[in-house]
Design a protein around this ligand. Sequence first.
Ligand SMILES: [Zn+2]
Length: 411
Amino acid sequence: MNTLLDRFCRYVRIDTTAVENAGTYPSSSGQLELGRMLTAELRAVGLRDAMQDEHGIVLATIPATVARDVPAIAWIAHLDTSPETTGRNVKPIIHENYDGRDIVLPGDPSKIIRVSDNPELLHLKGKTLVTTDGTTLLGADDKAGVAVIMEAAAQLVSRPELPHGPIRICFTCDEEIGHGVDHLDLKKLGAVVGYTLDGGGQGEIDGETFSADLAVVTIRGINIHPAIAKGRMVNALRLAGLFLERLPRLAQSPETTAEREGFLHPYRMEGGVAEATLRILLRDFETRRLAERAELLRSIARTITAEYPQASIDVTVTPQYRNMADGLAKEPRALAYAQEAMRRAGVEPKLTIVRGGTDGSRLTELGLPTPNLSAGEHNLHSPLEWTCVEEMTTAVSVLLELAKKWGENAS
Ligand SMILES: [Zn+2]
């Protein structure tokens, strides 16, 4: 069996779903389990320093094969999967020699991967695809990246004739819930540039991401027995409904925007009569526009509390990550070498923007320029998620070329 495919299927079977508000780091034990497995596999191919730290982060080094002093680069992927779709009991289905048609998923035939929704499939006839059975996500986000890095590491170690500098391997936890780099020590990582393997399809280099804030709107009403509520009760749930109603709906929402447009995205509502909270994502490529969106929330809060003076509405905004373009400009080799490596691996590179963030957005902000590279991911966070083995194989070649490129040109 193809070792890359074998790795991928092994990794996705471990449930590493991130759990919001778990109170532990990492947020789920499956991430520790997968990390242990990877650490053992890295040691088995000869990376003696492979270790899983106290936070569950896996680190290892592929030693340099050149004598010159060459800066280290890092290959990075995340172990967790999105909580949006269950990652328990993932049963990967391999479609060899894909016939080019819609794919009906056997565990839930209402789930169909349609060619019309996935035009990339038109170019993948005859390739090997991996899907779910329709009842879970696949977890190619980001186990495709994990498998690609593991395979590239094994190949690089087995070919000492390839000239390269030190390569640091790093698997992070809880990326999907915004905590991918909370415990990552960049000094310990010791790289001049990082590459996350967490991108769609093939041949793409994400050099720009959203800037992102999280707004938590806490609405406090007055609860009292409904029997005697007349003129006294102020129902926080109703005010939450009012708040949502006043958000822009026909613009500035994920449902109505694309490309470089930002949005406000209410994604969770909790609470009761006394208190309700709304969690709202603020996103934009222009960081300064996040403040304008936060101000919109505050003005809605002010108008509602003017109408319901006994209620209080608090809007708390926390920064999540920032557009990586600024940080990448300081280390132009990060993108230039990635483009060159892709050409050498036989793919025409395409610079793209991400309507989201990756570990790389935070890392770049913290001083480690980290663009994101394609790893064969499609339909993330969904039961319709799939990947293509040939695209992952290309990503492995890109990593090998990238290692060589940094080995050659660094002074
Ligand atoms: Zn991811």
